[in-house]
Design a protein around this ligand. Structure first.
Ligand SMILES: Cc1ncc(COP(=O)(O)O)c(C=O)c1O
Length: 492
């Protein structure tokens, strides 16, 4: 059953527990310049009494140690990673190759514009491509992540209201909103008001109508949302908002489901952010790296951050900071250039048909999995789904929880889906378009195997994982009181 490589299953000593005094991974030739007198070169009070207790290991042991550690990391390159709301797709190697080219990787942000014309052209083309993909008027590439894009977008909306002599204190968001949406409202000094969803996962337009007043700056909505449902009445929501002068903000983190199929600008969106690191590839997880470009409709262009990358009348490229109503700069220098290079290569190497194909396959894969699993795992929202879906691992009388099922999947070599978001005790599954039918079938088999196991031997599921050197962790303790430094006196 297990697809977990042997190397991942084994425990091994810390680097500090390896080796022996005198061993070294370095083999330097004799020093041929006079040795400096440490006592003279460094003030007494800065000298340590004893050398630090660093590990002393040979080169091969060092290499093996780090190789084993590398095998401990779960990655998309190794196995299936259906982590809902994260779009853990394969990242084509060509993106890495191009991003690592010295002409991109070795640039200094203070270099003169004339030295970096190629990079500026790429950034300019990328912002135009993203505008076309979104159906919006102009895009800024500055924000460094999705949440940062949300903040930038809301600042733009607030600057727009201010330019009309208004300060609007409320932002609406559906109950299925990603946690970063209400957090963004708080960062911008506004209160987030929840709008109810209907049983089918779509926003309740009557509740929206009742809640939109002259103090509402915007509705922040993710579409398709985090339960994997595309809200096909989004244009009606836009009308309701616009009638009261409020704006429609699209959290575009789930664009992987609609590329080339529909465009936010065409369904009434005023501002949106992209998660390039989800939709347009870039290895991510663990907090970065990413980029959250923001697109706006025509009336919001004057408020975009500066500097903006532009193409001048003479055909050269440069930075333009002449936008008097701009919200200013939201990031040091010009954005996460390496991630933006990857996004550009990804968009260009797929082309417009390729982008549409990506979304069609992402949607097909999610619906295939849901159809194969629904007889054993309840799906609280009716299909069809977009790029992801949620299902409930409910096993009355067995005391097996969503957490147990997730842990048991690790023994199958599969990364657990997102748990308990956006509803308690659910599993949110996002297979992405890059997985083959064989991999999807392996996931189905693993889930059904676990469901059978719950009936036969529930304790096996409750005590999983069985093949990992570390079993159940104190996750709260690990986050609140992390032990990140080895100390000789603690031995760990
Ligand atoms: C729907 C949604 N909104 C916002 C974000 C936040 O993006 P980031 O993690 O880049 O800040 C995510 C992240 O996955 C997301 O799924």
């Amino acid at each position: 059953m297990s697809q977990v490589p042997k190397l991942q299953q084994q425990d091994f000593p810390l680097l500090f527990e390896l080796g022996a005094p005198g061993l070294s991974a370095l083999n330097l030739s004799e020093c041929d310049v006079p040795r400096a007198d440490r006592a003279k070169a460094v003030p007494r009070e800065l000298l340590a009494d004893a050398p630090p207790p660093l590990p002393e290991v040979g080169e091969l042991d060092l290499v093996r140690h780090y190789t084993r550690l590398a095998h401990r990391c779960f990655s998309i390159d190794e196995n299936f990673y259906p982590l809902g709301s994260c779009t853990m797709k394969y990242n084509p190697r060509i993106n890495e190759r191009v991003a690592a080219m010295p002409g991109f990787a070795a640039l200094h942000p203070h270099q003169d514009e004339s030295d970096v014309q190629g990079t500026l052209e790429l950034l300019y083309r990328l912002r135009c491509d993203l505008a076309e993909i979104s159906g919006l008027s102009e895009v800024t590439l500055q924000p460094a992540a999705g949440a940062h894009g949300e903040m930038t977008g809301l600042m733009i909306i607030n600057a727009y209201h201010k330019s009309r002599g208004q300060r609007r204190g409320k932002v609406l968001a559906p109950d299925s909103a990603h946690g970063t949406n209400p957090a963004t409202c708080a960062v911008c000094g506004q209160s987030a008001i929840t709008v109810k969803s209907r049983k089918d996962g779509r926003i309740d337009l009557d509740d929206l109508r009742a809640k939109v007043d002259d103090d509402v700056a915007a509705l922040m909505i993710t579409n398709p949302n985090t339960v994997g449902i595309f809200d096909d009445r989004i244009a009606d929501a836009a009308e309701i908002l616009h009638a009261r002068g409020a704006q429609l903000y699209l959290d575009g983190a789930n664009m992987n489901a609609i590329l080339g199929i529909t465009r936010p600008g065409d369904f009434g969106v005023d501002v949106m952010h992209f998660n390039t690191h989800k939709t347009f590839s870039t290895p991510h997880g663990g907090g970065g790296p990413g980029a959250g470009p923001v697109g706006v409709a025509d009336h919001l262009r004057p408020f975009l951050p500066v500097p903006q990358v532009v193409k001048r009348a003479d055909g050269s490229f440069g930075w333009d900071a002449d936008r008097p109503k701009s919200i200013g700069k939201v990031r040091s220098f010009f954005g996460q250039i390496g991630v933006l290079v990857r996004a550009y290569v990804y968009i260009r190497s797929n082309g417009s048909d390729g982008l549409r194909d990506i979304s069609e396959k992402a949607v097909l894969n999610a619906n295939y999995l849901a159809a194969k699993l629904k007889h054993r795992f309840r799906t609280p929202f009716p299909p069809p789904y977009a790029h992801e879906f949620i299902m409930m691992p409910e096993f009355p009388g067995s005391e097996v929880t969503d957490l147990d099922v997730a842990k048991r999947l690790i023994d199958h070599g599969i990364h657990p889906p997102t748990m308990s978001f956006p509803i308690a005790h659910c599993l949110m599954v996002e297979p992405t378009e890059t997985e083959s039918k064989a991999t999807l079938d392996r996931f189905v088999a693993a889930m059904l195997d676990i469901a059978d196991e719950v009936e036969r031997t529930p304790a096996v599921v409750r005590e999983a994982p069985h093949l990992m050197p570390v079993k159940r962790m104190d996750e709260v303790g690990a986050a609140r009181k992390p032990v990140v430094r080895w100390r000789a006196d603690r031995g760990a």
